[in-house]
Design a protein around this ligand. Structure first.
Ligand SMILES: Cc1cc2nc3c(=O)[nH]c(=O)nc-3n(C[C@H](O)[C@H](O)[C@H](O)COP(=O)(O)OP(=O)(O)OC[C@H]3O[C@@H](n4cnc5c(N)ncnc54)[C@H](O)[C@@H]3O)c2cc1C
Length: 440
């Protein structure tokens, strides 16, 4: 029986643990290590298209998913300047019929809890919290791993046999700041046999210049005109606002994205783009009054609905948006017995709402490769997984980058965008290549 280590119990890591446990005859023992001591509800809302809900349903999570998710009626694209609708697409039952699975919005914590409970119920993996991967080394028969435990100030480096262990396979599902990726990066830059083009395969993600301000409030607390049952995306110069209900429609999740690079007052950009700035967190809290103060130039031009929304929601939290250039080859997802999955492999802008979706697709493909190639050497299995996944991930990363330009457009580009949405809204938004993808 082979030993598989998954590093990170986020959406990708837990999905991988489920996929490996449901992939036919189990021929591997799976351990998941998570550096946090509690599985926290970091983050707010998340959208899942039918490309990922279909996988969760196939894993037998349909009932739990529909209990904690919300199915919005429509996707509406609005002008942040005039407040008018530019284009829309029906979600709900017609979308479900078209793609065979629903479009859901949900709280990240609910999705996380659902995946965690499923891993425990399945009994196919052991999850250890408060255990952080510190280092690994590939040896001939496997991967030798060293862990640390405890808070940053009081870390214990394990030296006993139990915690300095060898595994046959290591899956790095440790998110945008991936330690696994950075160790691979160190190895490839030190490897003189590698050509220059191979030396930047595992480069870190970078701050893209956009800040996200998040807010989550009960719809009951809002004036009636600010409550709704759809996904709304408001587009304006250097900014966009995404809003949708979660938890049975009772809560409204809002994320305001602002491109800080070209603002006259770009102190926020300068603050976050410093090499030593503290970006190593999803949850940087800023004084909410800074929103109006820093971004007057962007926000003051918006329609009354957005101005009302911003003042009604009150409390906003900043979140720097990190990304990497789209993958260029399968070699960026695998190195021998080590593979990357989810944000660790392909951090992407959230402008197609697909980061979690891609980590679920990655996990499903990984499980299928373990099942169908079970007689093969684990390096062959991981390589087949990377071959299958890299182009799809690269394409989604690319489209998210394009959306950044289109969403935040000004001048003629904005005029062209608005006209296209008015004429072909439903066609442009439907994206069968994305939502109708048959995962392998
Ligand atoms: C504003 C915003 C909105 C978004 N909206 C959407 C959306 O609507 N739809 C969508 O699909 N995606 C969305 N995303 C993206 C999505 O949240 C991520 O792509 C997804 O969470 C990635 O999952 P992951 O498992 O790869 O990484 P993570 O969820 O980051 O999990 C990584 C885990 O690894 C652990 N870890 C890290 N290092 C170590 C270590 N050394 N040892 C052990 N454990 C470790 C971490 O503690 C963490 O638990 C959004 C992102 C942002 C920023």
């Amino acid at each position: 029986m082979s030993e598989v280590l998954i590093v990170g119990a986020g959406i990708g890591g837990l999905s991988a643990a489920i996929a490996l446990g449901t992939s036919g005859e189990v021929k591997h023992r799976v351990s998941v290590v998570e550096k946090s001591s509690v599985l926290s509800d970091v983050g707010a809302g998340i959208q899942l298209g039918p490309n990922s809900t279909t996988i969760l349903i196939r894993w037998g999570l349909g009932q739990e998913l529909s209990e904690c998710a919300f199915e919005p009626e429509k996707l509406q694209v609005m002008s942040a300047l005039s407040g008018v609708e530019l284009g829309s697409m029906n979600l709900g039952s017609s979308f479900r019929k078209k793609y065979g699975a629903p479009y859901f919005t949900l709280h990240r914590a609910d999705l996380h809890k659902m995946l965690y409970s499923r891993v425990l119920k399945q009994g196919s993996a052991v999850i250890e919290l408060n255990k952080e991967l510190n280092h690994f080394k590939q040896i001939q028969q496997g991967v030798e791993v060293e862990f640390v435990s405890g808070s940053k100030n009081h870390q214990t480096v394990f030296t006993n046999e139990q915690n300095r262990k060898s595994f046959d396979v290591l899956i790095g599902a440790d998110g945008v700041w991936s330690r696994v990726r950075s160790i691979l990066n160190d190895m490839s830059t030190k490897n003189l046999a590698y050509s220059e083009s191979k030396q930047d395969l595992f480069k870190p993600a970078e701050f893209c210049g956009d800040l996200a301000y998040r807010s989550l409030v009960s719809q009951k607390t809002l004036p009636k005109k600010l409550r709704f049952n759809s996904v709304r995306v408001w587009l304006g110069p250097k900014m966009h606002l995404v809003q949708y209900p979660i938890r049975g429609g009772e809560w409204l999740n809002s994320v305001l994205f602002i491109d800080t690079r070209k603002l006259k007052n770009n102190s926020q950009y300068l603050c976050y783009s410093q090499p030593n700035s503290n970006l190593l967190s999803w949850d940087i809290k800023l004084d909410q009054t800074q929103l109006g103060l820093f971004f007057q130039e962007t926000i003051n031009q918006c329609c009354p609905e957005i101005m009302d929304t911003i003042s009604a929601l009150g409390q906003w939290q900043a979140w720097p948006i990190m990304a990497k250039a789209p993958l260029r080859s399968e070699l960026q997802m695998v190195a021998g017995r080590v593979a990357l999955l989810g944000d660790a492999a392909h951090p992407m802008l959230p402008y197609l709402a697909q980061g979690a979706g891609m980590s679920i697709e990655d996990a499903d493909s990984l499980g299928r490769q373990f099942s169908s190639l079970s007689e093969q050497d684990s390096r062959t299995i991981l390589s087949a997984y990377a071959q299958l996944r890299w182009r799809r991930n690269a394409w989604v990363q690319q489209r998210a980058l394009l959306n950044q330009k289109v969403f935040h457009a000004e001048g003629l580009l904005a005029v062209a965008r608005n006209s296209s949405l008015r004429l072909f809204g439903d066609k442009l938004l439907s994206m069968p290549w994305l939502y109708g993808h048959k995962n392998m």
